[in-house]
Design a protein around this ligand. Sequence first.
Ligand SMILES: [Zn+2]
Length: 352
Amino acid sequence: MKNNFFPSYSIGPDAYDEIRVVCPHFGKTAVIIGGNTARAKAEPAIRKACSGSIEILGSFLYGDDATFENADKLTEIPEVKEADMIFAVGGGRACDTTKCAAEKLDKPLFTFPTLISNCASVTAVCIMYYPDHTYRANWYRKRPAYHTFINTTITGGSPENYFLAGLGDALSKEYEVLFSARGDKLNYIRSIGVRLAGNCSDGLIEKGAEAARDFHEGKATETLTYVAQNIIISTGLVSNCIPIEYNSSLAHAIYNSFHDVPHTVNALHGDVVCYGTLVLLTLDKQIAERDRMRKLCKEAGLPYKLAHIGIKIEDAPNLVKEAIKKPDVDKVPYPLKEKDILAAIEELEGLD
Ligand SMILES: [Zn+2]
């Protein structure tokens, strides 16, 4: 029998108050592991929320990237070994390293994302890299964190480009999953995941631009919290229900080829994935949906042309040539042809 675990979370400016409701069932002591910036921002509030119920034994830098080497080093720290619980604080790479370390130590894990940028804080998968920062593996824990605490005062103060990239990455979920799973007979949990994926884009497209404005102006609005849940929780729910071959497609294949071609901008993962999603929708002739998403990209300041991710049109054939080799496009509903992907890119270039 396979276990199915779903994200459990608290969100809001006072989300950390819930630590004393949730965590004492798992122990009396904890360590904090995360990035330096994230810990500087979140740790005082976490410590304050824990006072009187959980003793923090120490706070440690996760390392410089999500590597097994860094995770192993963390498992050797005496306070980490001793603590009843592990608190992962920060962005995707800090969370994934700490998720890996907590699993190796078989200790209850709680996550505290400080960016609205990805679903790492609520998923079981850890995206691991080699020490030279090249991609190594998708490594699976037995389950996601026991609970995720999203303090919107802290996430609201994070860098705007990460929020926008998170919005761009989340926009890929519905289209890539539905494209990969198209025509398949699905078991119960996969069908739940695919149906949830089908619910990812509407909210982002309807409210994404307004949320981007609120974020830019530093306003903690309900719209921003709504979009943050779409970025962190909805995508994470989907990932926990579907197999890896449904989890990405052409948009991520394009991102995974970005470093194979010359580029003048060091675009973030979500920026390139966002552009790649427009290519996928164009290729798949979902033109009305493409135009709806493209309108949001224009309003929110997300990429919708090659130049926005720093790639010249003359390098597009090489980008496509590399993308089509990536495992992201192993599971497709019809064979992908380089010339059709290139035609989709050219069509996007021709739009205003
Ligand atoms: Zn992604």
